[in-house]
Ligand binder design. Structure first.
Ligand SMILES: NC(=O)C1=CN([C@@H]2O[C@H](COP(=O)(O)OP(=O)(O)OC[C@H]3O[C@@H](n4cnc5c(N)ncnc54)[C@H](O)[C@@H]3O)[C@@H](O)[C@H]2O)C=CC1
Ligand SMILES: NCC(=O)COP(=O)(O)O
Length: 369
């Protein structure tokens, strides 16, 4: 293992769906990489070159990396698939391409060739059309890595105040109709414990304050507007506080008001003495957590998969087929994903290289509070 000063994270960066904005934001991000690390682009070289040429043909002079100068692990497409890819349209071919790129990056990360993967956005519908029945990239990553304990965490640093929003989703890509049945004390214990480990390992927060959302309006209003809080969520929280007395666990907080303090912390709109937003938020379902994240931080939030044996980050946005090929895609979120991946890799490397160091006395990572 190299010493901590000479260590450079080795990151794979997948192109995502080649018909979406993934290749464009990769070229924009790598024009001026935001971090000092070794980056290997994983995907179809010919699609990346085609994207480069298309963007260069636009009137506006966009800052773009030249694909010829990038380190690349080519995942070529069969000519029959290549011909079917139409920019701006998801298809069997685009789904097959993004799936193979991610598979390749995972295989390499598992051999130790990469410390982390930054994934470009994929279309779940295109994956499904191509015969890959996964709700998203997270589940493929977890399956191939052989872990059944994993989570989807969104991280964003406020450009206004420097405050860091961290939101873990207890359930992810399932229909709203199924959410209440999927939520159980065992699931919440698994997700909360993962979050606590991540806050310690990656953010150096040993005794975090975590806010946990309720499920129903007003957290059920004592059972009048829904009963899950009374039936098991409040008892589970009481038992968890006894199990983890060193932590501050707040909740179940009514889901609408849960986001007032993060909003104030993000925009710097309160000067109330003792103002204390939480270190992390546990949302019970996808849109409960991601509507506030995207309202505050759509341009810069990072999706990170926790519980994997390697680092994985991704922009929070999707394939944006509506603007693909036009040069309009904002690369800030994928640049933040690169920066966060590099920071996590450095932190994990430093701890592995010098396990006796007290991590809390040397907190330099920019995503740490
Ligand atoms: N990391 C990933 O792999 C993600 C993939 N998706 C997938 O993406 C596909 C499309 O999802 P949508 O809900 O339409 O969300 P989307 O994020 O692709 O697009 C939503 C809106 O935001 C705009 N937008 C998105 N990213 C942008 C950027 N970087 N710069 C400028 N404008 C941007 C789009 O033009 C569109 O108007 C779906 O298949 C979804 O599953 C969605 C989120 C994350
Ligand atoms: N809404 C988040 C999202 O769609 C990303 O999912 P994944 O592909 O990272 O699992």
């Amino acid at each position: 293992m190299s010493d901590t000063k000479s260590y450079r994270p080795r990151l794979a960066m997948t192109l995502g769906d080649p018909a979406g904005i993934g290749p464009e934001v990769v070229l924009k991000a790598l024009a001026v990489p935001p971090v000092d690390c070794d980056i290997t682009v994983v995907g179809s070289r010919s699609r990346l070159i085609a994207t480069y040429q298309q963007l260069r043909s636009l009137k506006a002079a966009l800052p773009l990396a030249n694909p010829e100068q990038l380190q690349m692990l080519d995942v070529p497409l069969a000519p029959s698939l290549e011909q079917q890819i139409v920019v701006g349209q998801e298809s069997v071919a685009s789904g097959a391409a993004s799936f193979r790129s991610l598979e390749t990056a995972i295989d390499q990360a598992l051999t130790g060739a990469f410390d982390g993967i930054v994934t470009g956005p994929i279309s779940k519908a295109a994956w499904s059309a191509a015969g890959h029945a996964y709700p998203g990239q997270t589940e493929l990553l977890a399956e191939r890595a052989g872990v059944d304990r994993f989570g989807m965490l969104f991280v964003a640093r406020s450009p206004h105040t420097g405050w860091c929003l961290r939101t873990l989703l207890a359930t992810t890509h399932i229909p709203l109709r199924d959410v209440a049945d999927a939520l159980t004390p065992a699931l919440l214990t698994r997700k909360l414990d993962l979050l606590i480990e991540c806050l310690w390992q990656d953010f150096g927060l040993a005794t975090p304050r975590i806010a946990i959302a309720g499920l129903n309006p007003h957290s059920g209003e004592q059972g009048k507007l829904g009963h899950e809080e009374q039936d098991w969520l409040i008892p589970w929280l009481q038992a968890t506080r006894l199990r983890l007395p060193q932590l501050q666990l707040e909740g179940p907080i009514p889901p609408d008001t849960l986001w007032v303090k993060p909003g104030q912390a993000w925009f710097g709109t309160t000067h109330t003495p003792g103002f204390n937003p939480a270190d992390a938020y546990l949302a019970l379902y996808h849109d409960q957590g991601l509507i506030p994240v995207k309202l505050m931080a759509f341009d810069r939030a990072v999706n990170t998969s926790i519980g994997l044996p390697f680092v994985r980050t991704s922009p929070d946005h999707g394939t944006a087929f509506d603007i693909a090929g036009r040069g309009q895609a904002d690369a800030t979120s994928i640049m933040a994903a690169l920066a966060l991946a590099a920071e996590f890799c450095c932190e994990r490397h430093r701890v592995a290289a010098a396990p006796s160091l007290s991590r809390l006395h040397d907190r330099k990572l920019s995503y740490k509070s």
